[in-house]
Design a protein around this ligand. Structure first.
Ligand code: SF4
Length: 183
């Protein structure tokens, strides 16, 4: 059975890729490395939702502590989302690819491929680049087809659904959008 290391951004986005990959016959290990998430209470809520989800599912997950310095060392505050997000994906996927190489996984992939808010083409290019660098195959699939159904299930199961992408900048952007609507 091929071993696949799946970078996980949050529990709701894991529902569809995990069931898809298991059906394809992969042995999946989760990898929760998300230093982008702000603040720590939000990180804890997303991580705890994943604990809860994996009480339903059979599977191992590697959890990292809250490491915001990893994000802030790399991502400068003045960057636009178009510049910032690719660096944020790289930070998380590079760690995943490196771990996959060091622990003899056959493949790595990411639940970011489920989100209609992320750039699939750029994620794919990045995954393929890291695959070359770390000599581990990148598994690409357009998981967006399962996004709505997974979120319906997450609601039904009472899993925490976050209101913004993750970083402090996305939180502020959302708050600004809400306050503009109210004006
Ligand atoms: S908006 Fe999302 S993908 Fe972009 S930098 Fe923030 S957390 Fe990362």
């Amino acid at each position: 059975m091929a071993k696949l290391l799946l970078h996980i951004c949050c529990a709701p986005c894991t529902i569809y890729p995990l069931s898809f990959l298991k059906e394809k016959g992969f042995e999946v290990t989760g990898f929760f490395y998300n230093p982008n998430i702000h603040p720590e209470e939000e990180f804890v809520r997303r991580r705890d939702a994943l604990y809860e989800f994996f009480r339903r599912e059979v599977g191992e997950v590697i959890y990292f502590d809250y490491l915001p310095e990893d994000f802030f060392i790399r991502i400068e505050p003045e960057l636009s989302p178009a510049e910032r997000c690719p660096q944020c994906w790289r930070l998380r996927l590079e760690k995943t690819a490196l771990y996959a190489q060091e622990h003899n996984f056959d493949y790595f992939s990411t639940t970011l491929l489920v989100s209609p808010y992320q750039d699939q083409a750029k994620l794919r290019t990045l995954g393929e680049e890291l695959s070359q660098k770390y000599k581990v195959k990148f598994f690409f699939e357009d998981f967006r087809t399962g996004f709505r159904e997974a979120h319906r299930k997450a609601n039904e199961w009472g899993l925490y659904l976050q209101k913004y992408c993750g970083c402090v900048y996305s939180k502020l952007e959302r708050e600004e959008a809400i306050s503009q609507k109210k004006r």
